[in-house]
Design a protein around this ligand. Structure first.
Ligand SMILES: C[S@@+](CC[C@H](N)C(=O)[O-])C[C@H]1O[C@@H](n2cnc3c(N)ncnc32)[C@H](O)[C@@H]1O
Length: 314
């Protein structure tokens, strides 16, 4: 399966798991409903004409609405990135002064979707993180040449691919709203794909997730007449996801080993067993398990969440 990759980056992006999710998903005659849209990579590859897409992060929804309404096009994005890329390249302090300028402009309340992409691509390690006022909260990647021509072409191609999918579809609806409201819109002809923040792995203001949230999600998914798929983690090298035992075990579950990187260092390869929970027969999907890699002593997180200070340390 050729996966369309969206222009927004985030640490929780499901690009690598899209073929697996689509292998499990039954084709329904209704709509694709995704209450935790994130970068949108799953929805854009689901192949539906009608969709309801929600997220509490207004920057994500604002960006895709702007693409749908043709305020953002590949050509406009190219012009913007060429201008800003040149300013970054020539700015004081190895580009840092211009990164700060764009960040201040965005955080002043302008929240331009173009600046959103700039920050997402010039921020540290492709991470997305916001503070409580919706402010961008990631340091500079320290690469003044970030927006070289090839990179700009890659991003504008991604904008073009997504535009090609969503611009002709007026029945693709984007909403800044919480998952309860989105799930409540589903009926028996629809399929819901849920990818909530993983419990116990708080990332930013829009990704706070408590056991109470998980329980509410469980109640909504238990009550829905639609088919649903929920992404979650099953276990990693150290522990089990207790939410599986507590809530999700009554449904069908398929699992798959997944390897990902924490930071740019190749040594920081970690594995987690991902799970898809669903309320329909999942026998057509086999369990995929590679031999798990042994944890190396030298592995370190690049960024650590400090629970006491409620902030990250580099
Ligand atoms: C793990 S990410 C989704 C990633 C997405 N599947 C992808 O591949 O990019 C979770 C998303 O849920 C959103 N979110 C967090 N709490 C939410 C809530 N209560 N209702 C709706 N969306 C929420 C976050 O803003 C974030 O974009």
């Amino acid at each position: 399966m050729r996966v369309v990759v969206p222009p927004i980056k985030s640490q929780g992006i499901k690009t690598k798991l899209v073929p697996w999710i689509m292998e499990l998903a039954p084709k329904v005659k209704g709509r694709w409903i995704e209450p935790f849209l994130g970068t949108g990579v799953v929805a854009f590859n689901a192949g539906y004409k009608r969709a309801i897409l929600g997220d509490t992060n207004p920057h994500i929804i604002g960006f895709y609405r702007a693409v749908q309404q043709k305020e953002i096009t590949a050509a406009r994005m190219r012009t913007y990135l060429e201008q800003e890329g040149e300013l970054l390249r020539t700015a004081e302090n190895n580009g840092y002064e211009h990164y700060l300028k764009v960040r201040a402009r965005f955080n002043s309340g302008e929240f331009s979707p173009f600046d959103f992409i700039f920050l997402s691509r010039a921020g540290f390690n492709g991470m997305m993180r916001f503070g409580s006022k919706g402010n961008w909260n990631i340091p500079f990647c320290k690469k003044p040449d970030r927006f070289a021509q090839a990179y700009i072409t890659k991003i504008t191609n991604q904008v073009a691919s997504v535009a090609h999918i969503i611009q002709p579809e007026p029945a693709w609806k984007f909403h800044t709203q919480s998952f309860e409201e989105t799930i409540a819109l589903a009926n028996e002809d629809d399929i819901i794909y849920c990818d909530p923040p993983y419990f116990g792995r708080h990332v930013d203001y829009y990704n706070g997730w408590t056991e109470r949230d998980e329980e509410t999600l469980f109640q909504f998914l238990s009550a829905t007449k639609a088919r649903f798929i929920l992404s979650t983690w099953h276990h990693n090298e150290w522990r089990e996801n207790e939410m599986i035992q507590k809530f999700w075990n009554t449904f069908n579950i398929v699992t798959k080993d997944h390897f990902y990187h924490n930071g740019p260092n190749l040594d920081n390869r970690r594995s987690v067993v991902e799970a898809l929970v669903c309320n329909f027969d999942a026998n057509h999907v086999s369990q995929h398990h590679e031999k798990q890699e042994k944890k190396r002593d030298t592995e370190q997180f690049t960024i650590n969440w400090n629970q006491e200070n409620k902030q990250y340390a580099l």
